[in-house]
Ligand binder design. Structure first.
Ligand code: CP
Ligand code: NVA
Length: 307
């Protein structure tokens, strides 16, 4: 059974199938009268999911847990502090081998991409990447789903990433290559996405240091926090000086098109990378993105567990 580790590692045909499944799952969900009701099909009946979090999470934690329950399964939430995982404790591979003896599927939010790979290599059950320092593929699947709900096919469209080339940005670049859209990164050189990811994005990706120029014909503007969970050592004042020109505010949105959408994976730091007027404004679809985590992750769980 397959893992869902990186957008670049899943066949583009399967990525499209996952999105279609997510749309169908969401449509059926809308017909149910109660929020807590089980989905009409229960592909996770008699399945247990281990949901491991070495970093904080609101959306990923809730959406995976609710997804598993609504699909008829049960989940066990484990924080890094609950289990013997990592340096000085138990190796990642020993943990993965043990968890494989109890659970049917695992999701992990961890630090280094190497830990994700080590877990996947040692586990006998499918593994889903719930964020590493380098990527956040489930988030970007929800983002593509959300874009297409509002604006139709993303192929050939223009996405502009503002600010810091974070883990979410990396998965967006991989998605640009897989779903065939154009992505422009606009931010200071020191915060550019990793060279290896830019190489993977190839001709689908370009860099434009002038934020006003970058957004001119954007269909979608996306940003993320200036300081990710793994970046705790960076000083806020130093960040503000170099990143303020890339803040998504009313002026930047006005330099774009009338129907340009705004996305942010959340949590947002209001008045830093984005102003409240944009985040709460008409072009923002951030809460639809958050909701779609639930639907798209059900489709990812089903894809991983398919016979
Ligand atoms: N967007 C996202 O992954 O949010 P959490 O950190 O709350 O899970
Ligand atoms: N880049 C952010 C995303 C949080 C969902 C972080 O890693 O903290």
């Amino acid at each position: 059974m397959p893992d869902f580790l990186e957008i670049s590692q899943v066949d583009s045909f399967d990525l499209r199938a996952i999105l279609e499944e997510a749309i169908a799952i969401k449509a059926k969900r809308r017909l149910l009268s109660s929020r807590g009701a089980l989905d009409p099909e229960l592909p996770m009946q008699n399945h247990v999911a281990a949901l491991i979090f070495e970093k904080p999470s609101t959306r990923t934690r809730m959406s995976f847990d609710v997804a598993v329950r609504q699909l008829g399964g049960q989940s066990i939430l484990l924080s890094g502090a609950d289990i013997h995982l990592g340096a000085g404790s138990e190796t990642v591979s020993d943990t993965a081998r043990v968890i494989s003896r109890y659970a049917d599927i695992a999701m992990i939010r961890t630090f280094k991409p190497e830990s994700l790979k080590e877990f996947a290599a040692a586990a006998d059950i499918p593994l889903i990447n719930g964020l590493t320092d380098q990527s956040h593929p489930c988030q970007v699947m929800a983002d593509i789903m959300t874009f297409e709900e509002f604006r139709g096919p993303i192929e050939g469209r223009h996405v502009v990433w503002m600010g810091v080339g974070s883990n979410v940005c990396h998965s967006f670049i991989e998605a640009a290559a897989q779903f065939k859209f154009k992505l422009t990164f606009s931010g200071p050189d020191q915060f550019a996405p990793a060279a290896s990811v830019l190489r993977y994005g190839g001709s689908n990706v370009s860099l434009e240091s002038n934020p006003m120029m970058a957004v001119k014909d954007a269909d979608l503007i996306v940003t993320d926090v200036w300081k990710s969970m793994h970046d705790a050592a960076v000083s806020d004042a130093a960040l503000r000086d170099v990143l303020l020109p890339y803040q998504v505010n009313e002026n930047l949105m006005a330099a774009s098109q009338k129907d340009t959408l705004f996305m942010h994976c959340l949590p947002a730091h209001r008045e830093e990378e984005v102003t409240s007027s944009v985040l709460d404004g008409k072009k923002s679809v951030v809460f639809d993105e958050a909701e779609n985590r639930l639907h798209v992750q059900k489709a990812i769980l089903k894809w991983c567990l398919r016979p």
